[in-house]
Ligand binder design. Structure first.
Ligand code: GDP
Length: 330
């Protein structure tokens, strides 16, 4: 993968860190590119970088936003982000897109989708990371969150498409998970699985404007009834179902107020820190698994040895257990 970090002359790591901590967006971009790089020498540097900034990270509120394509995620994030910068916040927008391997950042590749926000000096928008696996992309995004925090961003928004693959991954890296929905049509129609609705800390029905308003109000009641039946969440939070119009900037500030209420509640009841530490530990164990797997498959001749045993297994000449034992001992 080509990277801007390599195209520009190499920067001394300490200069990169100083620039990043000073809140310089160009340095933040370079730092994210470095952690996404697959080159061995970059990996050594990025490990050092993340380790050096870790004590300054963690102080933001991390908000995940999902919803089917077309629901209005980028319109919402633009309106929401502008509202937040007006309140004096620094806002970073990152994204996870399972299709980005193929299309190179199909969600946010086009920054003009958040034209106004991208020109705001207190906002930072980063196109979707690419990677060979969703797990790898997720790990890069987690490190990008830490870098944004070290650069002084107060609110980190992680956008994902609501197609069922990346929501769990995003849920595991944010403090608050916001689901955007459309009025009318059951959730089946909207392609949103019940499991995703159950993960949400907030359901916001977007496009509640013009001739859509009554349908949106009816949907709000339906979703309220549905949410009522879900098991209580660990945060002890009653999931709100609200209306908004990202296009007309209605309900955006109210959504933020609910998020602040949530934050206050979970900081007080201890869930905020408990959840953060659960998430970090889960990430830690995931990285161990990934490392073990890549160490195993990168052994010389391992693929040859696997192939040989595949044949023996399909001809029932060896048990699966024996074949695996042999692979771990050859
Ligand atoms: P995304 O694919 O979820 O990021 O959706 P977009 O933000 O690109 O929005 C898809 C379309 O819906 C665009 O044409 C938007 O202008 C429109 N849209 C977004 N939010 C609203 C809204 O609140 N009201 C109305 N009427 N249209 C909206």
């Amino acid at each position: 993968m080509d990277s801007t970090f390599r195209r520009t002359p190499k920067i001394h790591l300490q200069d990169l860190i100083d620039g990043l901590i000073g809140g310089n967006r160009a340095f933040l971009s370079k730092a994210i590119t470095l952690v996404e790089s697959k080159r061995q020498d970059d990996k050594v540097q990025s490990a050092e970088l993340v380790d050096k900034i870790i004590s300054t990270a963690g102080k933001s509120l991390r908000i995940g936003i999902t919803g089917v394509p077309g629901v209005g995620k980028s319109t919402f994030i633009e309106a929401f982000g502008i509202q937040l910068t007006k309140l004096g916040k620094k806002v970073a927008v990152l994204s996870i897109d399972p299709s980005s391997n193929r299309t190179k950042g199909s969600i946010l590749g086009d920054k003009t989708r958040m034209d106004q926000l991208s020109r705001d000096p207190n906002a930072f928008i980063r196109p979707s990371a690419s990677g060979s696996s969703l797990g790898g992309v997720a790990s890069n995004t987690r490190e990008a969150i830490l870098l944004c925090e070290a650069a002084g961003f107060d609110i980190i928004i992680i956008e994902t498409v609501g197609v069922g693959q990346s929501e769990t991954i995003v849920k595991d890296m944010v403090d608050y998970f916001l689901l955007l929905m459309l009025a009318g049509g059951g959730d089946e129609l909207q392609g949103i699985k019940r499991g995703i609705m159950e993960m949400a800390d907030h359901i916001l029905i977007n496009k509640a404007d013009k001739e859509n308003i009554n349908a949106a109000k009816r949907s709000r009641e339906d979703y309220k009834n549905a949410v009522h039946l879900f098991p209580p969440n660990e945060a002890n939070w009653t999931v709100p179902v609200d209306l908004c119009s990202s296009l007309e900037n209605e309900g955006i500030l109210d959504a933020w107020k609910k998020i602040e209420m949530y934050q206050q509640q979970v900081v007080e009841n201890g869930w905020f820190m408990k959840n953060r530490s659960k998430q970090s530990l889960k990430w830690f164990h995931e990285r161990i698994q990934t490392r073990l797997e890549s160490n195993f498959y990168s052994q010389p001749k391992i693929h040859e040895e696997i192939k040989k045993r595949e044949l023996l297994i399909s001809e029932q000449q060896i048990s699966v257990r024996k074949a695996v034992d042999e692979l771990f001992n050859f």
